[in-house]
Write a protein that binds this ligand. Structure first.
Ligand code: G6P
Length: 471
């Protein structure tokens, strides 16, 4: 078994299987959040990625992807149901997102979570070179840092949580809260999206484990674990290059014509998830159409939803409700050839998505709770002409950085309507000034800056005897 100096561990491998037009089976780098986020870093460092390849069969043997070795961890049907759909996405996901849906607690799911985390830790322990660096990602794998430290105390271990970390009042519901915290504390550095999350974590380890903690350091026996905020970002330059491509600009012009050349195009792009505030936004739009503040011929809403976790009951229910709502709004306010909402529920090609970003005068990103929301950042990076208004939920991690967006509380229906109208009617100079400030921020704080700041903070940590801990 060849070993690597850098090992990434994430629930998903950054690849999808697909069948090419000639019928041949192939693996392709998959588009989307975390995969895109780490891709630039992995281009330049010899690395192995440990993760699940999708499906419930034995682990496939996989080709390298852009020079990165792929190490697949298998999940059987029971693991998939109880670990991925169960503990990860029906216990932790809703709990960490303000319990906007009721988290479910089942002992069988917890057993599967432990078992699968152990399997990931063993795979990482096998492929990491002596003294190497292992970076574990996200809520599916919170026990891995602790399990890995037991197996390989020589490693430097990082953990990054892409989703929110909840306040103690919510986290305390978890039946196995102490074990989860201890699992995370196996890391040398625990990164969160926002400072508030690090604060929540410090409070919890004091309360549950009685450990000395500040919002930066936690004492665990003779080790010091660092914690902090490292807001994740996107490859801003890559996005700007794609947006400026002549074929993308042409596609954007054609899309605008196909939409009936309206005065204003509003766009929303979400994974089909109850945390995204899709229903609240559609309700606000419905009321604006009903009151006549928004007219179908002048204004068009394009709602893209990417299907997600579609075997989990709460996701199926949401999809039915959203589609019912869209049907009702189109039935009441659409005309022949002029729907009120263009609803697209399908995976999207990146160039087509960027063409849509270029068409959108207003981008509405209004989750009820979101770790970061990279769609908001992609929109800003794609607005190479410096125009475009971003309507952004206060409860998205991105709001801490993109303070010049039109910020909104998505639970406040009247506030949501008013903010959407303000964004639609804003003076072009105001829109441009806000966009300029946001683009400057993103230019400095891209994905390279994120990975660089996290990894240099990790390299400064140590919990090994003989290594000095800097403050
Ligand atoms: C969120 C999580 C990621 C996850 C993604 C897609 O962004 O933080 O870890 O990969 O959603 O969800 P899925 O369940 O399809 O992996």
């Amino acid at each position: 078994m060849r070993q690597s100096p850098l090992v990434l561990v994430a629930n998903r491998l950054p690849i999808d299987d697909s069948v090419a037009p000639d019928g041949a089976f192939e693996w392709r780098r998959s588009p989307g959040g975390l995969m895109n986020a780490l891709h630039p870093l992995l281009r330049h460092t010899p690395a192995t990625w440990v993760g699940w390849a999708g499906g419930t069969g034995p682990a496939p043997h996989l080709p390298d992807v852009d020079g990165v070795r792929m190490r697949a961890v298998p999940l059987n049907g029971e693991d998939f149901r109880d670990h991925y759909e169960g503990f990860a996405n029906a216990t932790l996901w809703p709990l960490y997102h303000d319990a906007v849906e009721q988290p479910e607690y089942h002992r069988r799911w917890w057993e599967a979570y432990q078992r699968v985390n152990q399997r990931f830790a063993e795979a990482a322990a096998e492929v990491a070179e002596p003294g190497g660096l292992v970076w574990v990602q996200d809520y599916h794998l919170q026990l891995v840092p602790g399990l890995l430290r037991d197996l390989r105390p020589d490693l430097r271990i990082g953990f990054f949580l892409h989703v929110p970390f909840p306040p103690p009042e919510l986290f305390m519901q978890l039946p196995r809260r102490a074990e989860l915290l201890r699992g995370m504390l196996g890391a040398d550095l625990i990164g969160f999206q926002r400072a508030q999350a690090a604060h929540n974590f410090a409070q919890l380890v004091t309360k549950v484990l009685d450990l000395p903690a500040t919002d930066r350091r936690i004492g665990v026996g003779d080790r010091v674990v660092r914690i902090g905020a490292f807001p994740v970002s996107i490859d801003t330059a890559e996005m700007a290059t794609l947006a400026a491509r002549p074929d993308v600009a042409d596609r954007a012009r054609r899309l605008r014509q196909d939409l009936g050349d309206p005065e204003r195009v509003i766009l929303s792009v979400d994974r089909m998830d109850y945390t995204k505030g899709i229903e609240q936004r559609l309700k606000a739009y419905h009321e604006l159409l009903a009151s006549g503040d928004v007219k179908v011929r002048d204004t068009v809403l394009v709602q893209v939803v990417v299907p997600s976790r579609d075997r989990v009951a709460q996701y199926q229910i949401l999809r039915d409700r959203v589609e019912h709502q869209v049907g009702r709004i189109n039935g009441e306010f659409g005309r022949v050839g002029e729907p009120a909402i263009h609803y697209l529920s399908q995976p999207f090609d990146p160039a087509e998505l960027v063409a849509l970003y270029r068409v959108a005068d207003v981008m509405a990103v209004t989750p009820l709770r979101d770790g970061m929301n990279l769609v908001a950042k992609e929109y800003v990076a794609a607005r190479v002409d410096g125009t475009g208004a971003l309507l952004l939920s206060e409860f998205a991690g991105a709001a801490a950085e993109l303070a010049q967006a039109y910020l909104v509380n998505p639970h406040d229906l009247d506030g949501l309507k008013a903010a959407l109208l303000a964004a639609l009617r804003a003076a072009p100079e105001d829109v441009a000034a806000r966009m300029r400030a946001m683009r400057e921020h993103l230019g400095r704080n891209d994905i390279h800056a994120w990975a660089g700041s996290y990894l240099s903070a990790l390299e400064e940590t140590t919990s090994l005897p003989g290594r000095r801990t800097t403050s």
